[in-house]
Design a protein around this ligand. Sequence first.
Ligand code: CA
Length: 233
Amino acid sequence: MTDDKPLILLIEDEPQMRRFLRVTLQSQGYRLIEAETGEDGLTQVASRKPAVILLDLGLPDMDGLDVTEKLREWTSTPIIVISAREQEQDKVRALDAGADDYLTKPFGADELLARIRVSLRHLARQESGQEEVIFDAGTLKVDFSKRQVFRNGEEVHLTPIEYSLLTILIRHADKVVTHAQLLREVWGPRQANQVQYLRVYMAQLRQKLEDDPARPVFFLNEPGIGYRFRSSD
Ligand code: CA
């Protein structure tokens, strides 16, 4: 095993969960370090500089939400929150505090590995500083330089709000974006509770850009949390 494999920090107190994650990640060649408490996790992020952090929300010494807030004061390392069903509300708060994505227990190895790949991809793009001019997801294409959107090769007219929503979702492609985050970015901080706006505009985007709006392949709903734009599988 070489040193250039991404280093992943797991902050999780449950031994069984740690064992499952250890086996899964090491089988894919990732290097793994572990912390059982929030305090130890924070220390290890600073000293070991992992590429991705997997963070359990229910830790013995502190809340995963507090860990997220503390980390976001100084680092943008991707954080994937691991939560139990009863932590649904905290999960949204952690995402709004700057976590990148989430997994709800129990989850499968494939789901975990897909989330990690997405985080690493975003990280690589951030570090290279490259802005995409053309976004291409098969039937859907966007030319950012000309603000043009195409479905199956035909230009589709979007309103400014629809276009703005689409570009935010594409910028966060394959990661969840919370309702509050979308509302803040498109309508401003005072509209952060107007989830019904989003439903209306998301329905319009599906109508215009999905082959079958009733079975969306791009604009996926994450119930109670937000939306995820799927650009790949
Ligand atoms: Ca726990």
